[in-house]
Design a protein around this ligand. Structure first.
Ligand code: GAR
Length: 192
């Protein structure tokens, strides 16, 4: 079974969607590790409650990015991780982590990339007044939300929608699209 490491910095609603998909047999994988750079994040609490192994670190306790990424690579190798799934992990991945997992790191982003990369994509799209936004799942490279696109789904922005409504609509799509896309990637990998 494919072993996933989910990386998250916040609430972890995508983490929840992934673990639920595993539980209900829609995703044939194991969430073998939760990695977080935010010791107080809700997602860390959730993982601990569920008995998922966690690796939680504070970037400022390391000499530099290279140092904490080296540590992460060691932990991932100890847990025999096959795929890194970023789910609201609010940091760029550096070469130290990218190289050993190239092609095996994916991210979800709450816009139709290449529109609205970076922080607060939902707010950016809302302010821009676009009538269509959506969700993108993509491979991770060294850039900010620039890796090649694996899956996208559109969300209509109607006139009466608030920013919060848009966020809700987008997250609802994320929670279905991410587990689905991960399942396809894993199935493809195993048939090679
Ligand atoms: C998600 O909407 C995800 O797309 C976004 O952060 C949210 C995390 O929510 N990621 C990015 O903006 C990455 N650039 P969650 O913690 O509830 O899963």
């Amino acid at each position: 079974k494919a072993k996933l490491a989910v990386f998250a910095s916040g609430t972890g609603s995508n983490y929840d969607a992934i673990t639920e998909a595993v539980k209900y047999g829609k995703l044939d994988a194991e969430v073998a590790l939760l990695v977080s750079d935010q010791p107080n994040a809700k997602v860390v609490e959730k993982a601990k409650q569920q008995g998922t192994p966690t690796f939680v670190f504070e970037p400022k306790q390391y000499r530099d990015k290279n140092a904490f990424e080296e540590k992460i690579v060691n932990v991932l190798q100890e847990h025999k991780i096959d795929w890194i799934v970023l789910a609201g992990y609010m940091r760029l991945i550096g070469n130290t982590l990218l190289r050993p997992f190239e092609g095996k790191i994916i991210n979800i982003h709450p816009s139709l990339l290449p529109a609205f990369p970076g922080l607060d994509a939902i707010g950016q799209a809302f302010e821009a007044g676009v009538k269509i936004s959506g969700v993108t799942v993509h491979y991770v490279d060294e850039g900010m939300d620039t890796g090649s696109i694996i899956a996208q789904e559109a969300v209509n922005v109607t006139d009466k929608m608030t920013r919060d409504d848009l966020q809700q609509a987008i997250q609802q799509v994320e929670h279905r699209l991410y587990p689905e896309t991960i399942q396809k990637l894993i199935a493809r990998g195993e048939s090679q």
